[in-house]
Design a protein around this ligand. Structure first.
Ligand SMILES: Cc1ncc(COP(=O)(O)O)c(C=O)c1O
Length: 403
């Protein structure tokens, strides 16, 4: 990545105690480039209005939302904007989807979730147990990989839906979704993917993957707080979502309640355009695909360096898969009995290094891996603006803290 990349992000030049901050907190939300901030501000300055009216600003608002759906579709490899819905965040959209899907199921129907997933892709489905829907969970192995044999054992003719993350926000594990998709096709179950962690790091192609639903959140990929739902053409229209009589009853609108955050949607559009500038190609989809390949390459090699550096510190246990495969998100977590994760992150904060401690809502995985009652783990994530110098400094500081 070019050094100039960092100039796009105003927050990267912010100083605290006379030093710049090192942002390794990307998995909880990335920093935001100026073009995205400007697009939000510009919306309020020029086009602020509600939708579906007759005058210029409302018509500009409608156009902006439609254009953003198309841009998101290109980012995800979807057929078109008609498959893209917006919401407050991923969790809220997933709860809405679960409520709607729940109304189409019968007692005894089954849903499979995983022990590795963020609670946002577990809780909404677990809540359907009150309708006598059976919710089973796919086991997590101690190495941070899902137990696919367990998945095969638990899939059966009653399974209607498998809800699985594309990448874990705690271990960086990339799940084998192609394999899962094949198995679900065999029994006619649908597949829902939580791509919140994956979206910032690796190119996505929902058509090629064949998933039925996919959710992500723009604040994890350089945008503002907006949740995004992809629902394969024809699916959302069949769902009895919570909606007002006055709302548009069709996809992609039928799951969107009330007024959307128009200014933030302007920011989502700008964030995707910003990502596309890292790639080459004659159309937006090709540019986005090539951009994500470049971003992945940069992030992977830095994450590998950080992983190798931390692993060498005596008494530190790395959580999840190593970096021998490129099928790995650039996010890593570790544990040491010397200090709790909170103590480590407090010490890092004193050195202006931003990292997260705890379970990051991947609470079931933290519990299964045995760290929940030990204060959780320390997590660091690489973003496109992370530099080799920052990684070297982080390893040095960690060596000092944990010596
Ligand atoms: C993997 C994963 N899934 C879901 C979520 C929830 O996303 P949101 O904050 O948009 O509800 C997060 C947020 O951290 C996440 O990392």
């Amino acid at each position: 990545m070019n050094k100039k990349v960092r100039d796009h992000f105003p927050s990267l030049s912010r100083k605290h105690n006379k030093t710049e901050l090192i942002f390794l907190d990307g998995p909880a939300g990335t920093q935001v480039p100026k073009v995205v901030i400007d697009s939000i501000s510009s919306y309020y300055q020029k086009s602020n209005a509600n939708s579906h009216g007759q005058f210029i600003t409302t018509q500009e608002t409608d156009k902006l939302i439609a254009a953003t759906r198309i841009n998101v579709a290109k980012f995800l490899g979807a057929k078109g904007g008609h498959e893209i819905s917006f919401g407050q965040n991923m969790t809220t959209l997933n709860f809405s989807l679960a409520r709607a899907i729940g109304r189409t199921l019968r007692p005894g129907d089954e849903i499979l979730i995983t022990q590795l997933d963020h609670e946002a892709n577990r809780g909404p489905w677990l809540s359907l147990q009150e309708l006598d829907i059976t919710v089973r969970e796919i086991n997590l192995n101690p190495n941070g990989l899902l137990d696919y044999k367990d998945l095969e054992r638990k899939l059966n003719e009653r399974t209607k839906l498998v809800c699985i993350g594309w990448a874990s926000n705690i271990t960086g594990t990339v799940n084998e979704l192609k394999k899962v998709r094949k198995l679900t096709y065999k029994i006619g179950a649908k597949m829902l993917v939580d791509a919140v962690h994956y979206a910032a790091h690796i190119s996505m192609d929902v058509k090629n993957l064949g998933c039925d639903y996919l959710l992500c959140s723009a604040y994890k990929f350089y945008g503002p707080h907006v949740g995004i739902l992809y629902a394969k053409e024809g699916l959302l229209d069949q769902l009895p979502t919570d909606r007002l009589r006055t709302a548009d009853q069709h996809a992609p609108y039928s799951i969107e309640t009330g007024t959307l955050n128009h200014a933030a949607i302007a920011g989502v559009n700008a964030a995707i355009d910003f990502i596309s500038t890292f790639g080459k190609g004659k159309d937006q989809r090709t540019k986005l695909k090539s951009a994500m390949v470049n971003i992945a390459r940069h992030e992977h090699q830095l994450a590998k360096k950080l992983y190798t550096g931390i692993k060498k510190i005596r008494g530190v246990k790395m959580i999840g898969p190593d970096f021998s495969s490129t099928e790995r998100a650039p996010t890593l977590s570790f544990y040491t009995p010397k200090l709790t994760a909170t103590e480590i992150c407090t010490a890092l904060a004193k050195e202006n290094i931003c990292a997260w401690d705890g379970h990051f809502y991947a609470i079931r995985a933290t519990e299964i891996l045995g760290y929940l009652d030990r204060g959780g783990v320390t997590r660091m994530g690489i973003s496109l603006y992370t530099t080799t110098d920052e990684i070297a400094r982080t390893i040095k500081v960690l060596n000092k803290i944990l010596k």
